[in-house]
Design a protein around this ligand. Structure first.
Ligand SMILES: Cc1cc2nc3c(=O)[nH]c(=O)nc-3n(C[C@H](O)[C@H](O)[C@H](O)COP(=O)(O)O)c2cc1C
Length: 196
């Protein structure tokens, strides 16, 4: 599979089989994430893979709160598509049966290094790492879903304290596993590209 094929076939997967992800594949994905470009080469990311029953159960407690807090946003955004509201809520509650979930943190060290003062650059760098991980997953036949719902639900700080108190700010979670769904690509929006 070449890069273009991986880019075009990547989809957000919200339903997984119970087939486990091997250590080797997980390590390859995290390595791919850490090969992303980053502003002034700070590599300001920290990835924490949750795969034990215990750590997944702990995270699902936060996801239950996320589903609760996120309902008003979903109701407003998808008023005309109530099925999306239910689907999304169920995914947030059970993570689609994903066997593992990678928590993503943005390192911040503003006191000792002034380069860490630019949140835009830090977040873009971490996001580049996440996208690398998603594309590397496609190549291995794995599926993933990038999630910021727990952040939008106001749980970023609680998740940081619980899982990685010394690794910056929690910015996203990525479910990971073998897909048990084959969603189509959403239509591309018009007017998002010009050449001058
Ligand atoms: C920054 C970011 C945050 C996202 N947060 C969520 C989320 O919290 N829950 C979810 O189900 N999907 C989430 N998604 C996935 C988007 O809904 C998805 O990318 C979009 O609908 C397009 O579908 P596709 O990824 O299959 O192309 C997120 C994607 C991005 C890039």
């Amino acid at each position: 599979m070449n890069v273009r094929e991986a880019i075009l076939s990547r989809r957000s997967i919200r339903k997984y089989t119970n087939q486990p992800v091997s250590d080797e594949d997980l390590n390859d994905l995290i390595e791919a994430a850490t090969y992303a470009p980053s502003g002034t080469n700070l590599q300001p990311w920290y990835f924490l893979a949750l795969r034990s029953d215990e750590s997944m159960a702990k995270f699902k407690v936060f996801m239950r709160k996320t589903a609760e807090n996120f309902m008003p946003v979903l109701r407003e955004r998808f008023a005309k598509n109530p099925e999306v509201i239910d689907e999304t809520r169920n995914f947030l509650l059970g993570l689609g049966g994903a066997p593992l979930c990678v928590l993503v943190f943005m390192l911040k060290d503003a006191k000792s290094d002034k380069n860490y003062d630019d949140n835009f650059t830090l977040l873009q760098s971490v996001s580049a790492g996440i996208e690398n991980l998603l594309l590397a997953a496609v190549e291995k036949g794995l599926g993933a879903c990038w999630m910021t719902a727990p952040v939008k639900a106001g749980l970023s700080e609680d998740i940081r304290k619980e899982f990685a108190p010394d690794h910056g700010q929690f910015v996203a979670a990525i479910t990971l596993g073998y897909p048990d769904a084959n969603p189509g690509a959403p239509k591309r929006r018009e007017g998002r590209f010009d050449v001058i």
